[in-house]
Design a protein around this ligand. Structure first.
Ligand code: SF4
Length: 363
C-alpha cells in the first residue's frame, strides 16, 4: 500500500533543530539551501524562493495537496518565525489552493504549548522523526529522547485530530535486524496514518562520518538494508499502513561525489524493497505448499501494474525461482483481475505430469 497524496515541499534545512543529529546533514541531501545554520533572514529568503514556484504550480491547477515544511524541526522554530511561516501559507489553504499544512519535527519538540499555537492554523499532518523505538538505538544514536517521549508526542498528534506520520531509520548505531523490526512493531502501536523508512547513510559533514572513518560504525550493505526493509514493508502492508517513501529521494545534490561516503544508497531503493518482498512472499507460499521442486513450469498471475516488481531488475526474481526450485521456466502474467499485492501460482511437475496450485489473497 503506497501513500500517493500530493505534497508541496518547502525545505528549510536544519531550521529549528536543537543540534545536528549524528547522521544528518540536510545541506548534503537537498539543493534548496546551502551554508551554515540559517539566520531568520536566510530562512525567509529560502522560504520565498521555494514557496513561490510551488504556489504557482498549485494555482495553475496541479493536483491538490498539502504544503509541507521539511528538513528541520518545525515546531522548535522561534515562535515569531513559526507564526510568520504559518501566516504565509494558511490563507492559501483557506482559499483551497492547498489541502492543509504538514510538517516534520522531532518527537521531543511536540509540546502542549506548541500544539495550542498550531490549533489556530489549518494543520493536517504531523510527521514525527522517530527514527527508532529501541532505547539502545536512541541512546547510541544520541537522539536525546526516549521511547516514552515518542509515545507522548504521538498521543498529542492524535488528540488534536491531525494525521500522524512516523519516520523510522534502519541501520543506526546500535541497531540490529531484531531491534529494527521490533521498532516497526512498536510504531504500529502509535497508530500512524502513514510511515517512511530510511536506511542510514554516512553523509559528509556528520559525526557518523567520523565514527565510520575511525572504524566505530559500519553501515548496512545495500542487500541487508533491502532485506530488513522488505520485512518491515510486509508488516506494514499487512497492517494496512500506507508507506509514503522507502529510501531517500534521489536529489542530484545528494548524488554529487563526496556527499554519501558509505551506506546503502540506491536511487530506486523502494523498488528494490518491493521486488524483494515479492520474492519472499511467493517463496513463503511455495515452501508452505511443499515446494514445487523439479516442476517444469511455474505460472504466476500477479496484478498487471506490479509486473515489473514481481520480475525484478534484470529478471532477478525469475532467476531466483528457477534456481531455487529447479524450474525449467517461470512465466509471469499481469492480470487485471488480481488486486494489489495478491497473486496466484500454478505449477506442472516435469516427471509425473501432476500439478499444484497456491494463492495468496490480496491484502
Ligand atoms: S535529523 Fe531532524 S532534528 Fe536532527 S539535525 Fe536532521 S533535521 Fe534536525
Amino acid at each position: 500500500m503506497n501513500s500517493k497524496r500530493k505534497i508541496y515541499p518547502v525545505f528549510l534545512p536544519h531550521a529549528g533543530c536543537p543540534f545536528q543529529c549524528v547522521y544528518c546533514n540536510q545541506h548534503a541531501v537537498t539543493a534548496s539551501f546551502s551554508g551554515q545554520k540559517p539566520q531568520p533572514e536566510d530562512l525567509a529568503a529560502c522560504f520565498d524562493s521555494t514557496f513561490t514556484p510551488l504556489l504557482d504550480q498549485a494555482l495553475a491547477g496541479a493536483a491538490p495537496g498539502e504544503i509541507a515544511f521539511y528538513g528541520g524541526t518545525f515546531t522548535a522554530l522561534p515562535v515569531p518565525t513559526l507564526k510568520a511561516l504559518l501566516e504565509r501559507v494558511s490563507p492559501w489553504v483557506k482559499e483551497g489552493v492547498f489541502t492543509g499544512i504538514r510538517f516534520s519535527t522531532r518527537p521531543d519538540c511536540m509540546s502542549r504549548e506548541v500544539c495550542a499555537l498550531l490549533e489556530d492554523y489549518p494543520v493536517r499532518t504531523v510527521e514525527l522523526g522517530v527514527q527508532s523505538l529501541s532505547h539502545e538505538v536512541l541512546r547510541e544514536s544520541r537522539r536525546g529522547y526516549g521511547v516514552e517521549v515518542v509515545e507522548r508526542a504521538a498521543a498529542l498528534v492524535h488528540d488534536h485530530g491531525w494525521q500522524l506520520g512516523v519516520q523510522l531509520m534502519l541501520g543506526l548505531p546500535g541497531d540490529s535486524r531484531e531491534r529494527f523490526l521490533a521498532s516497526v512493531g512498536k510504531a504500529l502501536e502509535l497508530r500512524p496514518h502513514m510511515m517512511r523508512l530510511y536506511p542510514t547513510l554516512v553523509l559528509e559533514g556528520t559525526l557518523l562520518a567520523e565514527w565510520h572513518r575511525a572504524g566505530k560504525f559500519r553501515p548496512l550493505t545495500l542487500d541487508e538494508a533491502v532485506e530488513w526493509c522488505a520485512s518491515a514493508y510486509d508488516i506494514l502492508l499487512n497492517a494496512r499502513i500506507p508507506i509514503a517513501r522507502m529510501g531517500l529521494h534521489g536529489d542530484p545534490e545528494l548524488e554529487k561525489p563526496g556527499r554519501i561516503l558509505a551506506g546503502p544508497y540506491h536511487p530506486a531503493f523502494g523498488y528494490l524493497v518491493r521486488v524483494r518482498r515479492w520474492r519472499e512472499s511467493i517463496d513463503r507460499v511455495l515452501e508452505g505448499e511443499g515446494e514445487p521442486r523439479h516442476a517444469g513450469v511455474l505460472l504466476l498471475d500477479v496484478p498487471k501494474d506490479q509486473l515489473s516488481e514481481v520480475i525484478g531488475p534484470r529478471q532477478s526474481n525469475l532467476h531466483h525461482w528457477r534456481e531455487k526450485y529447479g524450474l525449467a521456466r517461470v512465466q509471469v502474467n499481469g492480470s487485471p483481475s488480481i488486486s494489489a499485492n495478491g497473486f496466484q501460482c500454478r505449477w506442472v511437475n516435469r516427471d509425473s505430469n501432476s500439478c499444484g496450485r497456491a494463492a495468496r489473497n490480496p491484502l
